[in-house]
Design a protein around this ligand. Sequence first.
Ligand SMILES: [Ca+2]
Ligand SMILES: [Ca+2]
Ligand SMILES: [Ca+2]
Length: 601
Amino acid sequence: MISVHINKSVLAVMFLTLCGTFYGQKDELFIRINQVGYLEDDPKVALIFSNTSLNTEVTLVETENEQIVFQGKPKKIKNKGWGNFRYYYEIDFSEVTQRGRFYFSVENTRSAQFGIGREHSYKNYQEDLLSFMRQQRCGYNPFLDMVCHQKDGRSMYGPMADSTFIDLSGGWHDAGDQLKYLITTSNATAKMLKAYELFPDKFADKVNGLGQEGSNGVPDVLDEAKWGLDWIHKMHSGKDQLFHQVADDRDHIGMKWPDRDSSDYGWGPNSYRVAYFATGEPQGLKEFKSKATGIANIAGRSAAAMAIAARIWKNDLDDPLFAEKCRLAAEQLYKMGKAREGFQQGNSYGAPYRYNEDTWADDMEWAAAELYKNTREEIYLEDAMRYAEMINSDSWMGKTEADHYRYYPFFNIGHFVLYPYVNEDFQAKLAGYYEKGIKACMNTAQGNAFGIGVPFIWCSNNLTVNLFSQVLLYEKMTGNRKYRPFMMLQRDWLFGRNPWGTSMFTRIPEYGEYPESVHTSIWYLTREEVPGGLVDGPVYASVYNSLKGIELKEEDEFAKFQNDYVVYHDDFGDYSTNEPTMDGTADAILMLAYLAEALKE
Ligand SMILES: [Ca+2]
Ligand SMILES: [Ca+2]
Ligand SMILES: [Ca+2]
């Protein structure tokens, strides 16, 4: 069957080629735009690629009245597009500021629809991302209305006897799997809190603390952050104690309902799961050991989350009890990080994959800056400045390879938090650190037709989101918008201006091309499309070909756009490009909140 199919395709291609040669018929052309859309004054550049040269004008049509609002001749571009296409063109329609819904028309091809203006484009998609976060909840999952993993967990490496029960229920399932990491949860929690602090008028109140329908007087972004905070409080199981991971890759045994988790950590299936204590030493219960030199990465980020929470629950939510609990935890966690500078990585059991974070000064800078904001104690300012210079511009930016999660959390928000409290010279230094990373990414972007500035290592979408955030916060620090066109190209890549013409968020936009067959239990078991999950994203073909256990389950709808450089598959079987991650989604809330409409009371 397969060989017959291939022969037919080959014949079809030969036939089309002959027709093109002898009868002048045009090959297919592909128009790539941001399917969600653009704000009125955004730079707007569509991309067209084809195997034949294009000599006609393209028109932009307003959908409601079928009116042409713009016409222009595409400009040929020389940068590589990676794919199997000979000609790449761009069409700059930044001058169009009319709000509404539009599509491009070129010869007989129509682009996907998109919007201009917040109400026609970004609306309130950050709310979808929050609903995806609720779908990841562990302990009680409101999407499934299901109680799970109540026996998390039994300790290893802790000061207590091994296998001691500790209540670590709660938190979020990390991605398509059901592990829980402080590495990602500390960042997700703190980033949601920052998104709220930066854009407080962008968040609705439609669910209660358990994530069930019905408002509770608390913005849902804070309900979600509190789900993370409550779990971090449990992981911080004593004044000088910290757990960093619950479960390990023994989880990876196929798709399972969270309340019927057949993985077995030595206490039988669907029972207790292992809880790893943060010792600052290498860990691993089988042959694959992590590296570790301390605990400051996870203690620092957890302290940052707690410090921000102390502020918000005191000032905005008028809950002095919870605020005080967070204030105290922030102080203790920060002390622990300072005493044990260095990093603790994720643990693996039977496979070599883990979170290889080895940066920690970024996290301590963030914590110290947030603590200084709360307390104005000089020591925190001194520490934050010292850690800032230590981490400098150290980042994945500009690199073509980096260990998985080495430079986590992918951009250092600590520089932004510290900025208002230092003198002009130091401010210039902090802005310079951001600028160096941005310029390195722009340099990467110059090598391709899409203007995308990230390496296609695992979780490239996560890098793209954080590059956007870094430019946005650079703008907020300096008032300088010179990198805005580049920032918007990164965003546009995530919503369809890429070789595959697909959004990287599940069901966003609902009328567009987006990831459907995602690598999650919930999709596999319920076939329900949960909106708002950011998938891992495109990877180097070399990465894809080297990973274990990947097998596509469907015919590849994007086959003609795959190439020997970078690939993306909307396929349940591809856990390297199509698995939504909890932390990538949480990171993207900041970007989508910025782009969203303010909520009308
Ligand atoms: Ca709420
Ligand atoms: Ca770090
Ligand atoms: Ca799709």
